[in-house]
Design a protein around this ligand. Sequence first.
Ligand SMILES: [Zn+2]
Length: 274
Amino acid sequence: MRRRDPDTPLTYDEALRIARELAGDSGSLAAYPHRGLETARHGRGYAFTETIRSERGDLDGYVLVAENSHGSGILGVFGRTMETVIVEHLAKSEHDNREIPDTELGVPQRLALAAFDAGDSRVDVHGTDAATLDYAEYILTAMRRFPAVSGRNTLARNDHLLQPQDPARQYVHNCPLCTEPVMHNARYPHTVCDRCHTRTTDRAGRPIQGYNTSFSGGMATYYTDIPALPDGSAAPQEECVEVTRTGVCYIDGRPATIEEGRFGGIVVQLIATG
Ligand SMILES: [Zn+2]
């Protein structure tokens, strides 16, 4: 799907084009006029209904195309109506864009915001205990990783980042290559940071990238150095069979493992060498 320009207001015609791409049966799409949705301050958009033919008979479906998100689904399940879908969407959009007052921020959130606004990748350590620093760097990493309108907006969109810290949890570890903070997962303690992750290569030094092959699991790696075709269209994909098979890649010549994460995504961990 073509990405829309977020700086131009979404028009009905553009919403209809996107809805046709999302619909299960675009021929049955019908506009569902809704003034509240079409004039909303946050999450403005257009709703459509559709009829989806299935073995169990015709199902009522919907497509909602908004400036900030797209969605589609089946109506009638758990009492879902077009009205409840729109109300939920608008409530979430308001929540995601709410102003967060300073009084809602704890010390880790304030430290992370100050670092983010200064363009720093690390939190100021002065006068901060190690546990607070650990959580503050986790929040900062989330702000840098999922860019929103502002650091405060990342907090608004991710309620868990406003929670007090869990003293039993380790939130970040240092990237084993460059020491940038990395979100910590005890299952993958040697994960490299996003920047180092982009430098993965095969044994010969050709750049590669790993992809999940399906929702149910599996990973394959592909070369990323194949030039686009002369007409500008995307190059044909070439799998890096060696790394897909062995799960061993390299970063700056140092060996690392590459695998699918337990809950999705691709995990690259440096192999500790004496
Ligand atoms: Zn790194």
